[in-house]
Design a protein around this ligand. Structure first.
Ligand code: HEC
Length: 119
């Protein structure tokens, strides 16, 4: 029987697919690490618990500035807002620039309190 000339190519293909598979497993392992971006290692201990500061760092600083001290959006320190008022803004947004609904419903109270307490 003559050797099928396609077999080497099939072997290479199988090897390639296997390689991709194992590389993706490696990536899946590091998924959380990558998602965290290596920043704020202290959020690790609070895994599962809501950390308003870490949440702000991921969702709010893009508009409110690095320390929430104002950029595109206003300074969030010393707003004089009560926790209830802050909660309303977080739920419904404000003006044309502040989007509502960024904070998951379960975490609204914690986030609102955090904002109201920023001095
Ligand atoms: C897309 C940009 C953007 C993002 C993201 C954003 N904000 Fe805002 N935010 C604004 C703007 C602009 C205003 C001012 C709205 C106005 O007064 O018309 C504002 C206003 C506010 C106010 C009211 C401040 C005051 O003195 O009345 C609070 C509180 C607030 N943002 C909290 C947050 C929090 C908490 C987050 C993250 C969950 C967040 N914002 C994310 C743009 C943003």
């Amino acid at each position: 029987m003559k050797k099928n000339p396609i077999i080497p190519y099939i072997l290479i293909m199988a090897f390639g697919i296997g390689l991709i598979f194992f590389m993706s497993l490696d990536g899946a392992d590091k998924k959380e690490e990558i998602a965290k971006g290596g920043e704020e290692p202290k959020t690790e201990e609070a895994a599962g618990e809501f950390d308003p500061e870490a949440f702000a760092a991921s969702k709010c600083i893009s508009c409110h500035g690095e320390n929430l001290e104002g950029a595109f959006g206003p300074n969030l320190h010393g707003t004089g807002l009560s926790a209830d008022e802050a909660k309303d803004i977080l739920q419904n947004g404000k003006g044309s620039g502040m989007p509502g609904g960024l904070v998951p419903a379960d975490n609204l109270d914690a986030m609102a309190k955090y904002i109201a307490d920023l001095k």
